[in-house]
Design a protein around this ligand. Sequence first.
Ligand code: ZN
Length: 321
Amino acid sequence: MDAQTVAAEAQAIGGAGGDAAAPTFLDRLIEAGLLIPGGVLGLYGRSDIFEGIAERLNRMVLRLGQDHQAETLRFPPAMGQHDFETSEYLKSFPQLAGTIHSFCGDDRAHRRLLARIEDKQDWTDQQQPTGVVLTPAACYPIYPVMARRGPLPPEGKTINVMSYCYRHEPSLEPTRMQMFRQHEYVCLGSPQQIIAFRETWMVRGQDAVRALELPMEVDVANDPFFGRGGKIVADSQRELKLKFELLIPVNDGLPPTACLSFNYHMDHFGALWGIRCANGETAHTGCVGFGIERLTLALLKHHGLDPARWPQSVRDTLGGL
Ligand code: ZN
């Protein structure tokens, strides 16, 4: 995002030091110490209160999916470049991806690097790609793992996964962070198994958000596919109703924010990685994702910045806050 876009956005949400403007939700979060600015748009530290809410939401997600007997897997927020390439993420979302680079030179190159910094010049071209890419969505690391294990059991497979994810989307909307957590259940199996899984979670997700006493709506959605070709893919994703989002109003004067998503990937990932069902057919996959930061922010927005004053019913839903 360029400076102009950021300025326009700042104006749209009435913040970022607008002279006489009322403090935005982001301003209030920072003022209360819940978010700690990281010097870059969309990069924040979190206070213990913020983390306490996030942790309870994570536990709530685990409780909601208890009957799945899901296998829990945790990955660091990065994946190998080869698996990342296989995911074809760069085909659809090149604008969002983040890759890790590191200095790999000798003493002379090091002196050059330091001179660049000293001269306040760009020094980043003195680094090399490391072969490590930041995880773009929590479920991505599990597909290669499942493929390597061989055919799925006849009843399919459900995985619980939670990870920080990276998306290059610098923004003043607190709900659009560059690094944030997604807590997902991923289902791999036959089309019927995935459709049933998604229906279950669309009901469960709404029940959970209702219990948190948050306003919401569920709508068909599309991912932000890049470029002109991406528009066609996005239209077809909507037409086939492959993605639904549970939206909660969070940001001042802006459309509601997707806090949960319910995705049916058809055989996209199954085919890319060669994941097979027990009968040899290409596996279909789907996932339900809970945006942990977004749900935390929604709770803070609607119930106030002090969780001690939230309705008792909401605190009970979160397992005692
Ligand atoms: Zn997913």
